[in-house]
Design a protein around this ligand. Structure first.
Ligand code: GAL
Length: 406
């Protein structure tokens, strides 16, 4: 048996665009229509059904829930802020609190108001000031109810998909734009961090906990060859630790929000800057189980990462960890193994304060549409009926008792 601390945060995460439906003023909405990809449309109708969804979460013994605010609802036109949408999110957050569920709120989760993206998006420095204006509208209104903030979700993933791979809006493949966007997102985090603190001080509220949600990966050298080991080490430093170092140096992180899913096998085809950054192994000679998108399941990578994060002396919250699969036994195996490795790391001094499974509901998985099912709760996209999966019930036992049978 492994015992987790009494005050451990147990729950799941969602993002507004992926579950709410009808986010018509967002850059993603427009992109879906022009790209010919599956449309998010009504998504899970969580905008209407959030009370029922939180009842289900409560029934599963969740004491925490990570959600995001859709900026394009709050500020559908530049400078025009919507009081009624603000009221909606206030209702969402107070309905979590009524159920004794701690809200962890993300301010930016991949989507942008269309007007922002039309004026250059995150590749332009103007995005920072715009983001701060939005924060200055939303944070004071919610501050009384919120102790945990994530400014921005996964700057690295956003930049990679939008500006390097060019498969997400604004679909601009440009190294220079990628660099600019990455810098602007981290600067926006640092400035928003300070702004949130100012707002809490002004309102005489207890000090908040502010982070960004950081996507991490385990980089495993495919062979013992020096070049593979070196490339893996470089990617680990650059991808996993680079953004954290920048923000921690500026004293703008209260805890580390870790999103962890998978590993990458590193196989350097030849020496070269690009090869060092991107070459992966395609030989499948280290087979492991995979999720339905083909991502390797590799819980020991999370263990190794958590040990390395000890050097920062900051608490860690697992802000996302999950699997898309039709095989619910595999989902439980995934959760179980990751919790086991988290606990092992805690025994070695990692300060993990919570685990938020991705995701509460099956939902709109960006350019992959509704195919991949990550949810603890099944969503029928015709009737919008929710069905709790067996894996969710097993996790509910762990969150209720704090014990994980191993
Ligand atoms: C994360 C992202 C989520 C979700 C998940 C599964 O990178 O924050 O929005 O889509 O991956 O792919």
């Amino acid at each position: 048996m492994m015992k987790f601390p009494k005050d451990f945060l147990w729950g799941a995460a969602t993002s507004a665009y992926q579950v709410e439906g009808n986010n018509k003023n967002s850059d993603w909405w427009e992109w879906e229509s022009s790209s010919g990809k599956e449309r998010s449309a009504e998504a899970c109708r969580h905008y209407q059904f959030y009370e029922q969804d939180f009842d289900l979460a409560k029934g599963l013994n969740h004491n925490a829930h990570r959600l995001s605010i859709e900026w394009s609802r709050i500020e559908p036109e530049k400078g025009k802020f919507s009081e009624s949408e603000l009221g909606h999110y206030l209702d969402v957050i107070t309905s979590l609190k009524k159920r004794g569920i701690e809200p962890l709120v993300t301010l930016h989760h991949f989507t942008n108001p269309l007007w922002l993206s039309r004026s250059g998006g995150w590749a332009s420095r103007r995005a920072i000031a715009a983001f701060l204006r939005y924060c200055n509208f939303i944070v004071p209104a919610l501050a009384k109810h919120v102790r945990y903030w994530f400014t921005i979700n996964e700057p690295n993933v956003y930049v990679y998909h939008a500006y390097i791979l060019g498969v997400w809006p604004p679909q601009k493949k440009s190294y220079f734009k990628a660099k600019a966007a990455e810098g602007n997102l981290l600067r926006a985090h640092i400035k928003a961090y300070r702004l949130i603190y100012k707002i809490y001080r002004r309102s005489k509220l207890a000090v908040p906990n502010v982070s960004f949600a950081h996507n991490t990966m385990s980089f495993v050298p495919c062979t013992r060859r020096l070049k593979d080991r070196l490339a893996a080490r470089l990617r680990d430093n650059w991808y996993n630790f680079g953004p954290l170092n920048k923000v921690i140096k500026r004293k703008a992180l209260d805890f580390i929000g870790i999103n962890y899913y998978s590993r990458q096998l590193v196989d350097l085809k030849k020496w070269g800057i690009r090869n060092l950054a991107v070459d992966t192994c395609d030989k499948n000679h280290h087979p492991v189980k995979k999720n339905s998108l083909g991502w390797d399941i590799y819980p020991q990578g999370l263990y190794e990462l958590l040990l390395k994060l000890r050097k920062y002396n900051l608490p860690v919250i697992i802000s996302e960890n999950g699997i898309c699969t039709q095989d619910d036994n595999l989902r439980w195996e995934y959760i179980h193994e990751h919790l086991k490795h988290i606990h092992m790391a805690m025994n070695k001094g990692a300060e993990v304060r919570g685990y938020l499974y991705w995701s509460l509901l099956d939902n709109f998985e960006w350019d992959k549409g509704f195919g991949p099912r990550f949810g603890l709760i099944h969503v029928d996209y015709d009737s919008y009926r929710r069905t709790v999966k067996e894996s969710a019930r097993k996790l509910a036992e762990v969150s209720k008792t704090g014990y994980l049978a191993v």
